[in-house]
Design a protein around this ligand. Structure first.
Ligand SMILES: [Zn+2]
Length: 503
C-alpha cells in the first residue's frame, strides 16, 4: 500500500455550497491556481451539470491547470456525466466523480429505487464515465449510514466497471472516529488494493478531521477536504488540519505523508476567506487569527524562552512568516515584485503595473504596509470582472441618521453623476448607484473588516446584493476609506451581475 495520502480538495464544489459562498468564474480560477501552488493532487472544480456558469468554470479551470487532476462531480445520470466529460475535455489530467446514495433512508425516500436498481445505475454511470476518461471515482453517498454488505456489493460492481477510486462519505457527519475507522478498515480489506479508498467527512458533530485521520490510519489513501473547512452546513474536513496533523504526528502516522507545500497554507486560507467573505473563526486550528498568539503571561514567558514550550507547529511552516511591515512609500517596483513572488503571486506585466500603482496610492495614505494589505490589494487586481460601472468620485455628508451621497460613475465611456439621500451614508451611496445603473438591488449582507493592523488599516467591505429579484451576488471593495470601499463593493456586485446577465 502506498505511503502517500492523496489530497482531494473540494473547496470549489462542496465549499461553494457553504451558504453565501458562491463565486464567479474568475474568482474560481484564481483559487484553482492557488490550489495548484499548494500542491493539491486532485481538485474538484465544480458540478458541471448544475448551471452554465458551473460548466464554464470547470471548463476554464480544465484549460488552465497543468499539474493537477481536475475533477467534476456528476450524479449517476447520462446528462450529468456528459456535461462533466465535456467541461473537462481540455484538461491534461481529468477525473469524473460520479455518485449515488446507498443508505436505506436515501434509497427509499430520495431515490425511490430498490438496492438492485441502485447497483445497476451505478455500474452504468461508471461505464459511461469511462468513455470520457480513464480516471473515474465513484462515491456511495451517505456511506456512513449504509449497510456494510451492500457497500461491498456495490463497490465490487463499480470496481469491475472500472472505478479507480471508491469514496465512502459520511455525508451527514454522523459517525464517531472509532466507528468510521472500523468501517474503512473492513472496506480496505475487501477492496484489497483494486481501487484507492477515499473518505469525505462532514463536520456536523465537529469530527470531520478526526474521522478523516482515523480513516487514514485504517488504510484510506485519499482524503476529501476544503480550505478553512468550508462546505455544506457545518462544513467539511479542513485541509490544513488534516495535513498538519499528519505532518506533526509522524510518530502516529508512520511513513505516511502528503505532497502539500505547507508554506502555501496560510496564503491559500487568506485567499479563500477574502473571496468568499467567510472568515475562519478566530480560534480555528492552524489558520485562525489567534492560532499563534499567546495571551497568558505564563505562556508568553515560556514562548520567549523557548518556542516549543507552547507551540507544536511553527507559524513559518504554514507560511505565516511575519505579518510585519515590509514595504513603505519608498519601496521600488523591484522590492514590490520580490514581495509578490514571496507571497506566491506571479503577475503579468500589465497586472503588475496596475498593482504597483495601487500600492503607491496606498503607501501615500498609509504609513505601514503589511503582507495582508498586499495580499488583499493583489487578489483584488487579479480577480478581474469587466468594469461596466466604475467609481470616479464620491462625496458624502451626514448629520444624525440622514445622510447624502453624490457620485460620479463611468459607464460605457461616459461619466454619469447623481446624488441621493439615505438612512446612513452607505444606504445613500447604494441608492445613487441604483439610480445611475437603473438596476435596483436589495442589500442582503454587509460586512466591514480591517485587512491588517493599525488605525489606518485598509478597510475591506463585503456585500451580498440581490439585483432584480435574482440570486444574490457578492461584491468586495478595498479602500482606506470605509465608504469608498462600500461603494466599490456594491459596484463590484453590480458588475458581476451585469456580466452574469450577458453570459
Ligand atoms: Zn460533502
Amino acid at each position: 500500500m502506498s505511503d502517500k495520502i492523496i489530497i482531494f480538495d473540494t473547496t470549489l464544489r462542496d465549499g461553494e455550497q457553504s451558504p453565501g459562498a458562491s463565486m464567479n468564474t474568475s474568482e474560481k480560477l484564481q483559487i484553482a491556481l492557488q490550489l495548484e501552488r499548494l500542491g493539491v493532487d486532485v481538485m474538484e472544480a465544480g458540478f458541471a451539470a448544475a448551471s452554465n456558469g458551473d460548466f464554464d468554470a470547470v471548463n476554464q479551470i480544465a484549460k488552465q491547470a497543468s499539474n493537477i487532476v481536475v475533477c467534476s462531480l456528476a450524479r449517476a445520470t447520462q446528462r450529468d456525466i456528459k456535461a462533466a466529460g465535456e467541461a473537462l475535455s481540455p484538461a491534461k489530467h481529468k477525473r469524473i466523480h460520479t455518485f449515488i446514495a446507498t443508505s436505506p433512508i436515501h434509497m427509499e425516500y430520495k431515490l425511490k429505487m430498490s438496492p438492485d436498481e441502485v447497483v445497476k445505475r451505478a455500474v452504468e454511470a461508471v461505464e459511461y464515465a469511462k468513455t470520457f476518461c480513464d480516471d473515474v471515482e465513484f462515491s456511495c453517498e451517505d456511506a456512513g449510514r449504509s449497510d456494510i454488505n451492500f457497500l461491498k456489493e456495490i463497490c465490487e460492481a463499480v470496481i469491475q466497471a472500472g472505478a479507480k477510486t471508491i469514496n465512502l462519505p459520511d455525508t451527514v457527519g454522523y459517525r464517531m472516529p472509532t466507528e468510521l475507522g472500523a468501517m474503512i478498515a473492513q472496506m480496505v480489506k475487501f477492496i484489497n488494493g483494486r481501487a484507492v479508498v477515499s473518505v469525505h467527512n462532514h463536520n456536523d458533530l465537529g469530527l470531520a478531521v478526526a474521522n478523516s485521520l482515523s480513516a487514514v490510519l485504517a488504510g484510506a489513501r485519499q482524503v476529501e477536504c476544503t480550505i478553512n473547512g468550508i462546505g455544506e452546513r457545518a462544513g467539511n474536513a479542513a485541509l490544513e488540519e488534516v495535513v498538519m496533523a499528519i505532518k506533526t504526528r509522524k510518530d502516529i502516522f508512520g511513513g505516511l505523508h502528503t505532497d502539500i507545500i505547507t508554506k502555501e497554507i496560510y496564503p491559500t486560507s487568506r485567499l479563500i476567506a477574502s473571496i468568499t467573505g467567510i472568515e475562519p473563526q478566530p480560534n480555528k486550528a492552524i489558520v485562525g487569527k489567534n492560532a499563534f498568539s499567546h495571551e497568558s503571561g505564563i505562556h508568553q514567558d515560556g514562548v520567549l524562552k523557548h518556542k516549543e514550550t507552547y507551540e507544536i507547529i511553527s507559524a513559518q511552516s504554514i507560511g505565516l512568516e511575519t505579518n510585519s511591515l515590509v514595504l513603505g512609500k519608498h519601496s521600488g517596483r523591484h522590492a514590490f515584485k520580490d514581495k509578490l513572488i514571496s507571497l506566491g503571486f506571479d503577475l503579468d506585466s500589465d497586472a503588475l503595473n496596475t498593482a504597483f500603482e495601487k500600492f503607491k496610492d496606498l503607501a501615500d495614505k498609509k504609513k505601514e504596509i503589511f503582507d495582508d494589505d498586499i495580499r488583499a490589494l493583489v487578489s483584488d487586481e487579479i480577480i478581474k470582472i469587466p468594469q461596466a460601472y466604475e467609481l470616479v468620485a464620491l462625496l458624502q455628508s451626514s448629520g444624525g441618521s440622514l445622510a447624502s451621497a453624490s457620485m460620479s460613475i463611468k459607464h460605457e465611456g461616459e461619466i454619469i453623476s447623481d446624488s441621493a439621500l439615505g438612512n446612513g451614508t452607505a444606504d445613500a451611496i447604494f441608492k445613487v448607484i441604483d439610480r445611475i445603473s437603473g438596476i435596483s438591488g436589495v442589500l442582503k449582507d454587509y460586512k466591514v473588516s480591517a485587512v491588517s493592523q493599525g488605525k489606518d488599516a485598509l478597510a475591506k467591505v463585503d456585500v451580498k446584493v440581490e439585483f432584480e429579484g435574482k440570486n444574490a451576488v457578492m461584491g468586495h471593495g478595498l479602500d482606506i476609506d470605509t465608504m469608498s470601499a462600500s461603494a466599490k463593493a456594491y459596484l463590484g456586485a453590480l458588475n458581476s451581475y451585469v456580466k452574469m446577465k450577458h453570459l
